[in-house]
Each structure stands twice: as structure tokens, then as C-alpha cells.
Design a protein around this ligand. Structure first.
Ligand code: 9MR
Length: 347
């Protein structure tokens, strides 16, 4: 004890202050908001420095890959829960909750599962078995499940397993039976910014939600991914606020599920790039956190070592520079985005 106190007295003031600066987790908790982050099993292993920082900045974790079909379903018969359980063990040890992502999606499918090539009854049976087994396996451990991911296409409902609203309704019913306590979510992207295209996507989403609720689907929340891409479209606070109000008016909760910055259209200069990304996040969060239905804020990665943007032909920068999409840089130092999020949580 005496040793500990002497050690503490010997700590330089700056280091003590740094250790005491509240993380995003404490700031969110103080205002009754659940803050989360995405991580994969590979990232936890390859970047152990992430682990204490995730515990500082997140109260909930979305496994980035481990609950997708291509990881869970090596073949039509079996289920491989081991990778997801490794992430779940990390969250349990850190006193964090889990988010489930995702039960029905048109991407990250194993080669044996081609929804378009399956006769409708077989597709239905395959989805039912998957949802009942996976949601059942994690029953009681998942705060909210993305039951259906990215159902909105460029013209209404996307082709594939999403194109049949009755199948979507069924997916929610199967998930509800398998895990009665989880909040069940429809999750989608490009619902945040103020151009005509995203207006159309918002309208299509509102129609789908209305239709599902009318048909008795147990949808509990809309997930707004929020992969914010400055200069791809303007930010329009009034339009976003109206949309959030419309969703809340249906009695649904709202979760921000994948917040990060797509910096492909921003200047190369790091200070300018970071400032513009952080400014758009601040604009977005000012509106989102003002809406009481927004219960959860999940970031799609804490550090730039986690960037998916580089592997995406669409989201990566044309000049080949590494993307700066996340709150911490590759050395785990805080960037303007971290401070923008902290500021929004404090406001
Ligand atoms: O970040 C994820 C990337 O590492 C994966 O290769 C990809 C396919 O599984 O999915 C990425 O995450 C996506 C998420 O699951 C759904 N919304 C868009 C995300 C970024 O593409």
C-alpha cells in the first residue's frame, strides 16, 4: 500500500491527468447512452494494445466478422461458433455487452449458400434453421441483433433474401422466439446525409418499417450505420432530425451501429482531413444524440489499424494514402474524431 502510494506520488502530473481523462465509455454512461465498438478476433490478437483502449472507450462490442455466415457456416450442416466465442470471452472479461451482426445479409455468404439459386422453400428453411440456431446459441447474451442488414437497394427493396417482405417478417419472428430478450434491429447505410438519393433511401426504409410493424414483425429498432463520407453529399440537420423523429414516432428505438469516416474524397493533408471528418461526425452526433430514441452509439473500429476502407474498392482513397477513419491513429493516439465524439457525449 505504502509502496503503491509512493509510486503514485512519483508519477509525473501529466501522466496522472492522462490516466484520469474519462474515456468514451464513462462519458456515454454518464448520459445513459450505451457506447460500443467493432472488433474482430484477428484484431484482438494482432493488436493487443487495442484491448485496454476498447475497455476504456466501449461498453459493448460488435464482432466484425465472427457472426456472419461465411465465418459461422463452413458447410450446410455445421456451425462454427469458436471465433465468435473468442470475441465474446473478451467482452465478458471486460464487463461489456455484445451486439449481434448479422442474421440476414446479401454479403459475406459462404460459397455453398447462394440465395438467388435456391428454390424459395429451401431458402426459407435454410434461413429459419440459421436464425434459430445462431440466435438460440447466444440467447440472453446479445443486447441487440441486426436481424436484417441492408435491405434497401437503389430502388426500394434489394434483390435476394431481402426482396420478400414476408421473409423479413418471418426472420424477425424466428429471432424473437430464439432470443426473447434481444432488441431486434433492421440496419442500413446511407440514411444520414442530405441528398435526393438518401431521401429516397429514407423513404423506402420508412415504408418497409411501417409495413413490417403492421404485419406484426417484432422490430425493436432501426440501425443507422453512419459510415459518414464528407463531400459525397451535404449534411442536412433538419432532414436527419425529421427522419429520426419519424422513426421514433413509430415507437422504435434507434441505434447508430457503425459510425466511422469514409475519407476518400478529403484532401491528403492530415490536419485538414482529420478536421473535416471530425466536423461531420460532430454535426451528425449533435442531431442524433438530441433524439431520445437514440439509445446506442457503436463505432466501426477504434483505431486506424482496423480500417476496412482500404480493402474496399469503393471506400479507399484514390491517392493510395491510408485512410484515417477512426478515433485513434495507428499508434493508438487520439485524433480530432475522438475529441469530437467525446465533446458530443459531454454536450
Ligand atoms: O468491416 C467489415 C469488413 O472487414 C468485411 O470484410 C466486410 C464483409 O464481411 O464487412 C465489413 O463491415 C460491413 C458491415 O458488416 C456492414 N456494413 C458495412 C460494413 C463496411 O463494409
Amino acid at each position: 500500500m505504502r509502496l503503491a502510494r509512493r509510486a503514485l506520488l512519483g508519477t509525473p502530473l501529466a501522466a496522472t491527468a492522462l490516466a484520469q481523462e474519462p474515456g468514451l465509455r464513462a462519458l456515454a454512461e454518464a448520459r445513459g447512452l450505451v457506447i460500443g465498438n467493432m472488433v474482430t478476433r484477428g484484431q484482438l490478437r494482432d493488436h493487443p494494445a487495442l484491448q485496454p483502449l476498447l475497455r476504456r472507450d466501449a461498453a459493448l462490442i460488435t464482432p466484425g466478422l465472427e457472426l456472419k455466415w461465411d465465418t459461422l457456416r463452413p458447410d450446410p450442416e455445421s456451425f462454427n461458433f469458436a471465433p465468435a466465442e473468442e470475441v465474446a470471452a473478451f467482452t465478458l472479461a471486460g464487463g461489456m455487452d455484445l451486439r449481434g451482426h448479422t442474421l440476414v445479409w446479401h454479403e459475406a455468404l459462404p460459397r455453398w449458400f447462394d440465395p438467388a439459386a435456391m428454390p424459395a422453400p429451401q431458402l426459407r428453411a435454410t434461413l429459419e434453421r440459421h436464425i434459430r440456431t445462431v440466435a438460440g446459441h447466444f440467447q440472453g447474451r446479445i443486447a441487440s441483433w441486426d436481424v436484417v442488414n441492408e435491405p434497401i437497394g437503389e430502388n426500394g427493396l434489394r434483390d435476394g433474401p431481402h426482396s420478400d417482405p414476408d421473409l423479413i417478417r418471418q426472420a424477425f419472428l424466428w429471432a424473437r422466439e430464439a432470443d426473447p430478450g434481444a432488441r431486434l434491429v433492421i440496419n442500413d447505410y446511407d440514411l444520414e446525409l442530405g441528398d435526393r438519393r438518401q431521401d429516397g433511401r429514407r423513404t423506402a426504409m420508412l415504408r418497409l418499417l411501417e409495413r413490417l410493424l403492421r404485419a406484426g414483425a417484432p422490430v425493436g429498432a432501426l440501425g443507422i450505420q453512419a459510415h459518414l463520407a464528407p463531400r459525397s453529399a451535404p449534411f442536412d440537420a433538419a432532414r436527419l432530425a425529421r427522419f429520426l423523429r419519424d422513426v421514433a414516432g413509430m415507437g422504435l428505438a434507434i441505434e447508430v451501429t457503425e459510425l466511422d469516416i469514409v475519407d476518400r474524397l478529403l484532401p491528403a493533408d492530415i490536419a485538414a482531413r482529420d478536421a473535416e471528418g471530425a466536423a461531420m461526425a460532430a454535426d451528425f452526433l449533435r442531431v442524433a444524440l438530441d433524439q431520445p430514441a437514440v439509445r446506442m452509439l457503436v463505432l466501426w473500429g477504434l483505431s486506424d489499424v482496423q480500417a476496412w476502407q482500404q480493402d474496399s474498392a469503393f471506400a479507399r482513397r484514390r491517392d493510395g494514402l491510408p485512410s484515417r477513419s477512426h478515433p485513434l491513429d495507428r499508434e493508438m493516439a487520439k485524433k480530432p474524431l475522438w475529441h469530437a465524439i467525446a465533446g458530443a457525449l459531454r454536450a
